[in-house]
Design a protein. Structure first.
Length: 275
């Protein structure tokens, strides 16, 4: 049983067939695509200073969009201004944070929440609602990270960063690192990926999914084994291993992890944790 990350969050552990079923339902779903620009990388210390939301489906196209500069009553660091072009003066003229999050609550609760590296946007959205004394949580099955699917379907590309994909596919969306431009780019990418999914056979997709590199730390959670113990079992079987560029993450092929899981957990003893 091997986890799939949805927005960087280890979703309920999914076998390849369960993963296929998850992705198969997305082309018919309404997507709520989001992007946030922030004052830093970690909430709650950093704040959202711009957000954009685009809703729609493959069949209907875009049905709703909104964008706000958010006056969170914070200073915008110079590094963020250089990256985004957003200044403190701009956010001071923006909409009050509580008004923004009140206005966006309904659309953010609808459809499949979608983002490129969704974990980043999702964590900030949760933190902003927490500041208002409200919870915000979307089920894992209603979260869709285009980075994850890009790694599966665009494995031949040197980079799956959004600016690089915008350039590769020629998306006409404007300057990267602004909320609406990045949201539109994610929307176009999601459409491209989901159309590719719809036109690809189950067998071909299974083969692609089985080639996925899964971080050892995620696999260990699904197996219920310490990382080192699981790594030793995988290495003893000669499973293919890759180490991240920084050398601090080991990754293994989904097919090898699933084979080992089935060996350690015979079908008659397995729990269907996907239910």
């Amino acid at each position: 049983m091997v986890p799939v990350s949805v927005g960087g969050i280890a979703q309920s552990a999914l076998f390849t067939d369960q993963l296929l079923a998850y992705y198969r339902q997305l082309p018919k779903a309404m997507l709520t695509v989001v992007d946030v620009e922030t004052t830093g990388s970690r909430p709650p210390e950093a704040r959202v200073i711009e957000i954009a939301v685009v809703q729609g489906s493959l069949e209907q196209g875009i049905t709703h969009e909104a964008t706000f500069l958010v006056n969170a009553q914070v200073r915008v660091p110079a590094t963020i201004t250089r990256l985004t072009g957003i200044t403190t003066a701009m956010v001071e003229q923006g909409t009050a944070a509580d008004s923004v999050w009140q206005a966006l609550r309904s659309p953010l609760d609808q459809g499949v929440l979608t983002g490129h590296n969704l974990a980043f946007d999702y964590s900030f959205i949760q933190a902003e609602y927490q500041r208002l004394g409200q919870g915000f949580k979307r089920p894992a099955a209603q979260q869709f990270c285009t980075v994850i699917l890009s790694r599966l379907l665009l494995a031949d590309l040197p980079s799956r960063s959004l600016p690089q994909l915008v350039q590769h596919f020629g998306f006409d969306v404007g300057r990267s690192h602004r909320a609406m431009a990045d949201t539109k780019a994610c929307w176009l990418l999601a459409n491209l990926l989901l159309e590719r999914l719809a036109n690809t056979s189950d067998e071909t997709l299974r083969q692609q999914f089985e080639e996925q590199w899964v971080p050892l730390r995620e696999a260990a959670k699904a197996f219920g084994h310490p990382r080192l113990e699981l790594q030793q079992k995988l290495d003893a079987q000669g499973c293919e291993r890759r180490t991240s560029r920084r050398g601090n993450r080991h990754l293994y092929r989904r097919r090898d992890l699933e084979a080992l899981y089935h060996e350690l957990h015979p079908p008659q003893l397995s729990l269907n944790l996907g239910d």
